[in-house]
Write a protein that binds this ligand. Structure first.
Ligand SMILES: Cc1ncc(COP(=O)(O)O)c(C=O)c1O
Length: 410
């Protein structure tokens, strides 16, 4: 008789994990208040209040809200003056938005590899990719786990580069006791549904630099400048403003984020303790300067050998069948359809990219190995429950390990 659920056995778990997104009467009240105020858009006190609160949450002097985390990257790069032909170094292990923000500025994403401990941009690889055309580095705090900001800031200083922290997955994460976002020149966030702070869609850009904050506001708001006429537009810029209903949800979300961060942290620590008892599986580690991780994802490092040669793909299928929601995660960005068809899909290819980039020949070996063989994602809501939930996760993994041959043979 089969043991593994994927082969017809009984799953470890049939109960769902914690529901996400979270809401209660406070959200309902805030939405009704916003509705009845008739102040739904520009100049809304809800938007202004959220921006103040989010700046404070990040330990930043300024926060400017916007439509989503993709636009936030595009806007931030525009505010930094990144333009046609400039090179921006990014990791290939991230959501496509990190690259799209760069390409929307007609700039060139240059892929540097990631560190095997954290899956974050590796400064040693970044260093090799710097050329006279490099203008900026975008570390992505993947899964809510800070990138090596000491290494990145040092390179940026040495080569006079901007640093834009893609913090879409890292609200509240800390590097040497300071929250990520305003550690570099600018930091961007996403409030898309799955994120640890959510309003369905939404984004923000944070900074400690007043002049940059005004540039960002200009690119969020149709090219308008502070003190300028309403109908005077100084830059090529669209409308990327956040609406008041989303801001209202986000302000309430901030009231419970500290508790949620603590719960995820405790559960992730507890799960790591359980995984320590098993061979060939653990969670990504942290760089030395990390003082807080926020577990937007819990990324497992899976080793096929300790599972009798079970592939990562089959492990993911087996764990899902046991009732533990998980995913194989990103491919290296340059393996996606768009990058494989870069020339035909990119209007400015001939004028800007031809003879300069060939994404067909890019290789980042650590990313490729992790993507194909190692990294398995658990989601943040899995960590929002109790230790029994973590016991189930570990029990399902142990069960798959013990009966791996069933999944291999079926
Ligand atoms: C690392 C990273 N950057 C950027 C984004 C883009 O955010 P959004 O979906 O709000 O456009 C996301 C979100 O999915 C992300 O995970």
């Amino acid at each position: 008789m089969a043991h593994l659920a994927i082969c017809g056995g009984k799953p470890v778990r049939t109960e769902p994990f914690s529901a996400w997104p979270v809401y209660d009467d406070r959200e309902k009240q805030a939405l009704i208040e916003t509705l009845e105020s008739r102040e739904w858009g520009i100049g809304s006190p809800k938007v202004e209040a959220f921006e103040r609160e989010f700046a404070e949450f990040c330990g930043a002097r300024y926060a400017i809200s916007c439509t989503n985390g993709t636009d936030a990257i595009y806007i931030a790069l525009q505010a930094l003056g990144i333009g046609a032909g400039d090179e921006v170094i990014i990791p290939p292990y991230t959501f496509i938005a990190t690259a799209i923000g760069v390409l929307m500025c007609n700039a060139v994403p240059v892929f540097a590899d990631i560190h095997p401990l954290t899956y974050n941009l590796d400064p040693a690889s970044v260093k090799e990719k710097i050329t006279p055309r490099t203008r900026a580095i975008i570390p992505v705090h993947i899964a809510g786990n800070p990138a090596d900001m000491d290494g990145i800031m040092e390179l940026a200083k040495e080569h006079d580069l901007f640093v834009l922290e893609d913090s879409a997955q890292a609200h509240g994460a800390e590097w040497r006791g300071k929250r990520v976002g305003p550690l570099g020149d600018l930091g961007t966030f996403s409030f898309q549904t799955s994120k640890n702070l959510s309003s369905g869609e939404g984004g923000a850009i944070v900074t400690n630099d007043e002049a940059l904050s005004e540039r960002v506001r200009t690119f969020v708001n149709c090219g308008r400048v502070k003190g300028g006429a309403w109908y005077d537009h100084h830059e090529l810029a669209g409308n990327h403003r956040l609406g008041a209903f989303q801001a209202a949800l986000l302000s309430v979300g901030l009231e419970r984020i500290d508790d949620q961060m603590k719960t995820r942290e405790d559960n992730a620590g507890y799960l790591q303790g359980l995984l320590d008892e098993l061979d060939g599986i653990d969670m990504t580690g942290a760089h030395a300067g990390t003082t807080r991780r926020v577990h937007h994802l819990g990324i497992l490092r899976f080793g096929s050998e300790a599972f009798g040669g079970l592939s990562k793909k089959r492990f993911v299928e087996a764990l899902n069948a046991e009732g533990i929601e998980c995913a194989a995660g990103y491919l290296p960005l340059y393996h996606y359809h768009y990058f494989r068809h870069f020339a035909e899909k990119t209007p400015a290819y001939e004028s800007l990219y031809q003879d300069r980039v060939d994404y067909g020949v890019v290789t980042c070996p650590v990313t490729e190995r992790i993507s194909a063989e190692e990294g398995v994602w658990l989601f943040q809501e899995t960590f929002l429950g109790n230790t029994q939930d973590m016991d189930d996760v570990a029990a399902a993994i142990a069960k798959i390990q013990k009966h791996a041959h069933e999944a291999i043979e079926s």
